[in-house]
Design a protein around this ligand. Structure first.
Ligand SMILES: [Zn+2]
Ligand SMILES: [Zn+2]
Length: 467
C-alpha cells in the first residue's frame, strides 16, 4: 500500500459516523488540515466543516468531541526543579491525539541523566527524571495506530516514526520526528508549575509521542527490560547493528557499565572469539566475565594509555596472517572491533578506590590509536569536558582505513530491533538479570540515581508495584 493511501481509521471506528478515509481522499478534496504538532486527518462527517474550521484555527469536529479520559489524574514523579530533586505529586495534562499515556512498571537511571543530582545549580524548568520506561498503555489518542490500551510498551529514547526521510531510508536513529518532537508537558505540580515529561520514567505515569513507543508482546521482568529503553539498546546496537561483529572476531570493550556489559553480550551473541574488557572497578570486571568477556584488564595496572594499548595489541595478534613471517612476527596487530562505552566522569565513583580511570578524551584517543587498519571503532560516550576537542594524526584519520561509527544509538531501528532483543532477554541469550543493580520503589528513587552516578551498582532502577 502506498503511503498516501494508508487509512487513518484505527481507534476511531467506534466513534459514531466516522468511517475510514485516506490522505489521498483529503488531498483530492482539498480539505487537509493541520492542528497541533502533527498532521491531523479528519473523519468523513467532518470534511465539509474542515476548511472553515482550519481557517478559523479551531479544532475539527472529531477532536472537539474527543476528551482524554486520563486528564486530571494524580500521579507521583521524581522531579528536578530549582534546587531540588524529589518526589512530587503531579496532575496529568490532557494528552494530544498522537500521544499515549502508560502506567510505568520500571525505569532506569542512565549516566546521561545523573547530572540531575547536581542540585546546587538551579533548574529553572521542572522535568521528570529518567530516560525511557517499561509500562502498559492506559490511554492512546485517536491518531495513535501503533498501540492500544492494554498493550505493554517500551518508551525509548530514540524515535522511529516510519515516515520521515531518515526513517524510510533506514536511518531511524536519526528520525526527524523523534528529534524534532515538541516537549511533552506531562502535567503540573501542586503550585501550578508545568513539568516537562522528558521521556522520564521515574513516574507512575509517562506520556510519549507515538514514535517513541514500541509495543512488546512479552511478560519478561520489567526491571531487566527497562535497560533496553536506553543503555542496553545502545550496547547491543554497537555490536549487532551498524557494524555487526563477525563470528571469530576480536573485540575490545572500554568500560563495563551497563552499555559496555550489553556490548559484551552482543559480541558474545555474534560469536566473537575474544572479548577483552578494560574496566577499573573490580565488581564490574567480574560482571563482564560473567556475561561473556574472555579477558578483563584493570587500567590501574598500566602506567599510561600507551602501555595499555601495547598490552591489548599483544593480546590480539593476528596469528598466521603474515605470509612472510611463517606465522610469527605478524605485520599487524589489534582488535577487529573496539567499543568505547566510557564517556566522561561527572561523579567520582564511590565503588572502590583505584589508581587510574581513563575516561573522556583519553579513551577516545586510545581507541583511535589502538584501531588497526581495517578495524572498526564504535564510540558512544558523550564528550566530556563538553565542547572539548580530540585530535588525531591527519594521515591516520584520512587514510588509515580505520572505520569509525559514532553513537546516537548506533543505527538502532527500534521497531525492527527491540522486539528481537526482548526475545533474547526471554530466552536467556542476553543476561538481563546481571544488569539489574539497585532496584527500589519511587520513594527511594534518588538511591537509584546515586547508584548510577557513583557506580556503586551496575544500574539504578525504579520499579512500581502493579495492582
Ligand atoms: Zn539514557
Ligand atoms: Zn522518522
Amino acid at each position: 500500500m502506498a503511503l498516501d493511501d494508508y487509512p487513518y481509521s484505527a481507534h476511531i471506528d467506534d466513534e459514531p459516523g466516522i468511517a475510514s478515509f485516506s490522505r489521498r481522499d483529503l488531498l483530492k478534496q482539498g480539505t487537509a488540515a493541520v492542528i497541533g504538532g502533527g498532521a491531523t486527518l479528519l473523519g468523513a462527517p467532518a470534511l465539509a466543516q474542515a476548511p472553515a474550521q482550519a481557517a478559523a484555527g479551531q479544532a475539527p469536529a472529531i477532536f472537539t468531541q474527543w476528551r482524554p479520559e486520563t486528564a486530571g489524574q494524580r500521579f507521583r514523579a521524581l522531579v528536578r526543579h530549582r534546587n531540588s530533586l524529589d518526589v512530587q505529586q503531579l496532575t496529568l495534562n490532557p494528552i494530544e491525539p498522537r500521544q499515549v499515556v502508560a502506567r510505568v512498571e520500571a525505569a532506569q537511571a542512565c549516566y546521561t541523566m545523573v547530572g540531575a543530582l547536581n542540585t546546587q545549580t538551579p533548574a529553572m524548568n521542572a522535568a521528570v527524571f529518567g530516560h525511557g520506561a517499561v509500562g502498559t498503555v492506559i490511554e492512546a489518542g485517536p491518531m495513535v495506530k501503533r498501540v492500544q490500551r492494554g498493550d505493554r510498551i517500551l518508551v525509548v529514547v530514540t524515535g522511529q516514526c516510519g515516515q520521515c526521510f531518515q526513517c524510510v531510508r533506514g536511518k531511524a536513529a536519526n528520525c526527524q520526528a523523534g528529534f524534532n518532537r515538541p516537549p511533552v508537558i506531562v502535567g503540573t505540580m501542586a503550585d501550578g508549575t508545568p513539568v516537562n515529561g522528558n521521556l522520564g520514567g521515574f513516574a507512575e505515569l509517562i506520556v510519549a509521542w507515538e514514535e517513541m513507543v514500541v509495543p512488546i508482546y512479552s511478560k519478561h521482568d520489567a526491571a531487566e527490560l527497562s535497560n533496553l529503553t536506553c543503555v542496553s539498546m545502545c550496547g547491543l546496537g554497537m555490536t549487532m547493528v551498524r557494524a555487526p561483529i563477525e563470528s571469530g572476531s576480536t573485540v575490545v570493550v572500554f568500560g563495563a557499565g551497563p552499555i559496555g556489559l550489553s556490548a559484551v553480550q552482543g559480541a558474545r551473541i555474534r560469536g566473537a572469539s575474544q572479548i577483552i574488557v578494560v574496566e577499573p572497578i573490580r565488581y564490574r570486571r567480574e560482571l563482564a566475565t560473567k556475561v561473556g568477556a574472555t579477558a578483563v584488564l584493570d587500567p590501574s595496572d598500566f602506567a599510561d594509555g600507551a602501555a595499555l594499548i601495547a598490552r591489548l595489541r599483544e593480546m590480539t595478534v593476528w596469528v598466521g596472517t603474515n605470509p612472510f613471517g611463517g606465522g610469527r612476527n605478524p605485520a599487524v596487530t589489534g582488535p577487529d572491533y573496539i567499543i568505547e562505552a566510557v564517556g566522561g566522569e561527572r561523579f567520582v565513583p564511590k565503588a572502590e578506590r583505584y589508581a587510574r580511570e581513563p575516561h573522556g578524551l583519553e579513551v577516545l584517543q586510545n581507541v583511535f590509536t589502538l584501531c588497526p587498519p581495517g578495524g572498526f571503532m564504535r564510540t558512544c560516550g558523550v564528550g566530556y569536558p563538553m565542547n572539548s576537542t580530540v585530535t588525531f594524526p591527519a594521515g591516520g584519520w584520512s587514510n588509515g582505513t580505520k572505520n569509525h561509527m559514532g553513537g546516537n544509538l548506533a543505527g538502532v531501528q527500534m521497531m525492527r530491533d527491540l522486539p528481537q532483543w526482548v526475545r533474547m532477554f526471554e530466552t536467556g541469550q542476553f543476561d538481563g538479570k546481571s544488569l539489574v543493580g539497585v532496584n527500589v520503589p519511587l520513594e527511594r528513587a534518588t538511591e537509584a540515581v546515586e547508584a548510577s552516578a557513583y557506580r556503586t551498582a551496575v544500574t539504578g532502577i525504579v520499579s512500581f508495584p502493579q495492582t
